[in-house]
Design a protein around this ligand. Structure first.
Ligand SMILES: Cc1ncc(COP(=O)(O)O)c(C=O)c1O
Length: 462
């Protein structure tokens, strides 16, 4: 019997491990298989068209059908599909990318770029760079890394250890040692009764000072933070948070690593989250929108001071013995160069600034919905908290199936958003237009209404 393409795809699904899916639990329906992309929309293998309100995994800034990016890849594939950048070799796209990337981040102090393929690797490399730097500077005791509750920095052994989400640790034997955990600047989740944002910040600053005093500043190397925490629930920090935290870090000679993997390239309404929140990083990690995610590529950017330390260390060791096969991959670099050109030529940041008020206004209007206790957002990233009881902010019991219902109701509206515990996240491609923002929130509103009906039928809400 001849098998159709669809049957083959369905069978192959069984051979794939799907992240964040309980293994061996695909029911009759299986996963949603996406086949095509068109602007901010994607189409599944059944022909259903969805507004992709998460830009994939917070990443396809230019949507799903940018022809300039496609052409850049084709051209580079034809010219030179691969060449490495080890031991005195290089390729033109990776050089051009570094020039552009550093021109865009020079005001934040960045001076050199180290490439890899994913955000996790970029953060892993940041850790290795930090240890190498302090060893070279004669401070071999500076090893510990501070990272925050709800932080997400990836899943490799070290990045996964920096990540502050219990699910990413359980049974993976993470976190490894050398990681210290500190608080998350979310008044909604961690505020004490009557506490203001500024009081929360002062408490977190005091906690950080106490942690540093307890461990000894001479043992602590760096602090890792996303400007806006993404996978931890879209935590938008108070404006006073980073300046005050950084003052403590500076006083104690602790490096600041800005994980810009989600926030980089316009997401928060400025080119970088560090611009929006007044962060002065020693190291920045970027990925995702670096190539609009059309090719896997990430970078760890460092200041001249750090780079000089790496030079010193490599003189001692004979070489800087770190790098991955696909670092500075010419096709990925060429696509990233094109993405950066598009951001500049189309003034993507200006576009985000122009339409963000509509996005934030429609998001915040959802607070009047009986299931939504709070919303938060900045630029084109936002989230809402789904609760059973608005007065007490009590979330639904997972067994109630309400969040699962909402997830399905959103899909039935032909919209893609991302449930994170009791939070629903939205993070559309940056090219989204105002009518598409309205479409997104109209659909979300209908999905919430549908879910309210479900919760009422189950007598979970009145
Ligand atoms: C802020 C942040 N850092 C790092 C990562 C890890 O990136 P990757 O999944 O490419 O390894 C992610 C992924 O979502 C992220 O959101």
């Amino acid at each position: 019997m001849t098998r159709t393409h669809d049957q083959n795809v369905r069978d192959d699904i069984k051979n794939l491990i799907h992240p964040y899916t309980p293994l061996n639990t695909f029911g009759a329906t299986g996963p949603m298989v996406i086949r095509k992309g068109d602007g901010v929309y994607v189409e599944d293998d059944q022909g259903n068209r969805y507004l992709e309100g998460m830009a994939g995994l917070w990443c396809t800034a230019l949507g799903f059908s940018d022809q300039r990016l496609v052409n850049a890849a084709i051209k580079q594939m034809k010219d030179l599909p691969y060449y490495q950048i080890f031991a005195g070799r290089s390729n033109e796209p990776s050089i051009e990318l570094s020039e552009r990337l550093l021109a865009m981040t020079r005001h934040l102090g960045m001076d050199k770029a180290l490439y890899a393929n994913s955000g996790s690797e970029a953060n892993d490399a940041a850790v290795k760079v930090i240890w190498y730097y302090f060893n070279a500077m004669g401070k071999p005791n500076k090893k510990k890394l501070i990272a925050r509750e709800r932080g997400y920095h990836g899943v490799t052994v070290m990045a996964g250890s920096l990540t502050g989400i219990p699910g990413n640790h359980a049974d993976f034997d993470l976190p490894v040692d050398r990681v210290l955990r500190t608080g998350c600047p979310s008044l909604y989740h961690y505020g004490r009764p009557g506490e203001t944002d500024d009081q929360l910040v002062d408490r977190l600053v005091a906690d950080l000072e106490a942690l540093i005093a307890k461990e000894g500043a001479e043992t602590i190397a760096a602090f890792f933070a996303e400007p806006v925490q993404g996978a931890g629930g879209v935590i938008v920090p108070p404006m006073s948070y980073f300046p005050k935290i950084q003052a403590v870090l500076k006083k104690n000679n602790i490096l600041m690593v800005a994980d810009e993997v989600i926030c980089g390239f316009g997401r928060t309404g400025n080119m970088f989250g560090s611009d929006t929140y007044g962060i002065q990083p020693d190291i920045m990690t970027v990925a995702k929108a670096l190539s609009s995610s059309y090719m896997p590529i990430s970078a760890t950017l460092v200041t001249k001071e750090i780079f000089d330390g790496l030079v010193k260390g490599s003189e001692r060791n004979g070489a800087f013995s770190h790098g991955v096969t696909y670092a500075g991959h010419p096709v990925a670099s060429a696509v990233a160069v094109e993405a950066l050109k598009i951001y500049e030529e189309t003034n993507i940041v200006g576009h985000v600034q122009k339409i963000s008020p509509r996005f934030l206004q429609r998001l915040s209007a959802l607070q009047s919905h009986p299931l939504v206790s709070a919303t938060r957002g900045v630029g084109l990233i936002g989230a809402m908290e789904i609760v059973q009881d608005k007065a007490t902010r009590k979330p639904f019991d997972a067994a109630s199936g309400v969040m699962a219902h909402l997830g399905n109701a959103v899909l039935e509206q032909r919209l893609i958003t991302r449930p994170l515990r009791d939070t629903m996240a939205v993070c559309p491609p940056l090219i989204i237009t105002e009518p598409q923002i309205d479409e997104l929130f109209d659909k979300l509103g209908r999905a919430l209404d549908h879910t309210l009906g479900f919760a009422r039928d189950k007598k979970l809400v009145s």
